[in-house]
Design a protein around this ligand. Structure first.
Ligand code: NAG
Length: 303
């Protein structure tokens, strides 16, 4: 089946019910590969999801949500959904959207999961179509908006998961840019990525930078638009960036400031990231985990 439901038809189909929204949750972004580049199996996803839950500190520090970047790289969704169901973990599923062939393959992998696991309440928290694709200038705002309507049509209409919010994840700089208004309109939910490290901030300014990004994004997209922190975090190793210094000490301080602040809010958030990803190409990108890839935590997650 080919889904190309237009915004107009989708509007008619879903206008009877309120747009899906989201409420507080917390968790981590995870990659799909090991150090060697091999893919995580269902048993390995299950072990990792249990590990993340074991880090929970109670209340709003309950880590039961995981964001993935791709549905079909490494058969990520096919392998991770049974692990999510087994562990009571919810997935925020990333549908990679560039190029068209990749977008088609990603949608097909999502459709296969919806068919095989129709009770989405057991595993599916939400969906982002594309991750920083506007920031990288991989796509136009109008085309991304159409992709979002396309995925909404498939998930919410064809597969009747009307309560699953669909949006996109992008940097706060993209959300405050009025040129992307069509994307904001298409989204049930806005996922904001914000990295004070990449703003060259000192660790002492980290929380203030994140808060400013949240305020500015929410003001730009409208306070009634459901909002999720898609990614934030601080690297533990690698070169300095402006006044930002990568170190375990600073990553621990940023967690204490930002993750602990977020637990006083109602903003759902997904830390970047759970485990180090030594298969990535740059030192800095390899070292964003709160834990090593071998899983010991680098610092305490207590607030
Ligand atoms: C990542 O995995 C691929 C595939 O196994 C391998 O060729 C590559 O060298 C790995 N990259 C790093 C940085 O280890």
């Amino acid at each position: 089946m080919k889904f190309s439901i237009t915004a107009f038809v989708l509007g008619l189909a879903v206008s009877a019910s309120a747009a899906p929204t989201t409420s507080y949750f917390a968790g981590f972004n995870l990659g799909a590969t090991h150090r060697s580049g091999s893919c995580k199996t269902t048993a390995q996803w299950q072990q990792e999801f249990n590990k993340l839950k074991s880090w929970s500190t109670g209340g709003k520090g309950t880590f039961n949500t995981v964001k993935l970047f791709s549905t079909n790289d490494c058969n990520a969704l096919a392998n991770a959904v049974p692990a999510a169901i087994a562990t009571g973990t919810k997935l925020w599923v990333g549908v990679w959207n560039v190029d068209d062939a990749k977008f088609g393959a990603e949608k097909a992998a999502l459709e296969a999961a919806l068919k095989k696991y129709p009770d989405t309440s057991k595993w599916l928290k939400g969906i982002n179509v594309g991750s920083e694709s506007l920031y990288r200038k991989d796509i136009t705002a109008d085309k991304l908006a159409q992709q979002i309507y396309d995925v909404k049509g498939m998930v919410q209409v064809a597969y009747k998961a009307a309560d699953v919010p669909v949006g996109t994840a992008d940097t706060w700089t993209m959300w405050v840019d009025g040129a992307n208004a069509a994307v904001v309109k298409a989204c049930d939910v806005v996922l904001m990525n914000g990295f004070p490290y990449w703003q060259g901030a000192t660790i002492n300014d980290g929380l203030a930078k994140l808060k400013q990004a949240v305020w500015d994004t929410r003001k730009a997209v409208g306070y009634s638009k459901p909002f999720v922190i898609g990614e934030t975090g601080w690297p533990t190793k690698g070169p300095n960036f402006g006044s930002a210094v990568a170190s375990v000490e600073n990553a621990a301080a940023y967690w204490k400031a930002a993750a602990c602040w977020l637990q006083t809010t109602n903003y759902p958030w997904l830390w970047f990231s759970g485990f180090d990803e030594p298969n990535k190409s740059s030192t800095i990108e390899q070292n964003f985990g709160v834990a090593l890839d071998t899983q010991p935590l680098k610092f305490s997650l207590q607030c």
